[in-house]
Design a protein around this ligand. Sequence first.
Ligand SMILES: [Zn+2]
Length: 265
Amino acid sequence: MVFAFTEYLMLLITGNSYSEKRLGYAADYCPICRALSPVLVTRIANTSHLYFVPIGTGKTLAFTGKCHHCQTIFPVEAMRYDEIMKHPAEVNALIHCTLPDARSIYSDELKLADRIVKQPASLSQSERDQLLEEPFLIYRERIESVFGGGSKLDKSCGMIAIGTTLLIVLLTYACFFFEKDSVIQQRCIILIPFVLTLGCFTCLIQYARIPGKFVKQRAIPAMVRSLKPLNPSKGELNSILGKLRRSGDKIGKKVKIDHLWNALQ
Ligand SMILES: [Zn+2]
């Protein structure tokens, strides 16, 4: 017991945590847009901390890129960029500065993307099946993570927390400002726990809604962007979702066929 407590205390004082650092902008191939796009490059590292203050830059675990057009986050090989730009720019300017060989590196992907648009009939059944499945597989892990408790607080939670704190500070100030035992002071004292409870409750509700909002506002629009050029039937989409459900992937349950189908129309 004493050992466990000491270990816990040590973890609070020092330990490792994941950190994300935005490095800037580059051009890379987005598998959802099926095109070269401007991406926001982020370094994910395992960093040691002392009293929650990071020590050093940590060990790099991966680099990710967030597509400017569809907001999809995917792994990138940041080490091959000539440089990473501090500010966003138009894709051709980013290709020139960050990945001049982008068109030859991704020539196969770009040719396939061109065929999808210009000669869809030339796609074999296995190519089509793979392409239809692709956006689901890209979003599978993110959906697994957001529904598995990996959501970060979003803007609405932050706004509620800030609003609640400001209101409590204001009410506390009013308690000292108004005459002792006056009606206003007594009302302020009663209001403080009420505001705190309401703020926490609203924040919790908003937090619980984050995974659903992610599916509706991020995953489905991105999947639609990828699926639309393929003009899938409802049966094809149903079959992919069914397969994912049977393999136990959350995306199979969380993405509703009707929502996806309606967004595609
Ligand atoms: Zn994209």
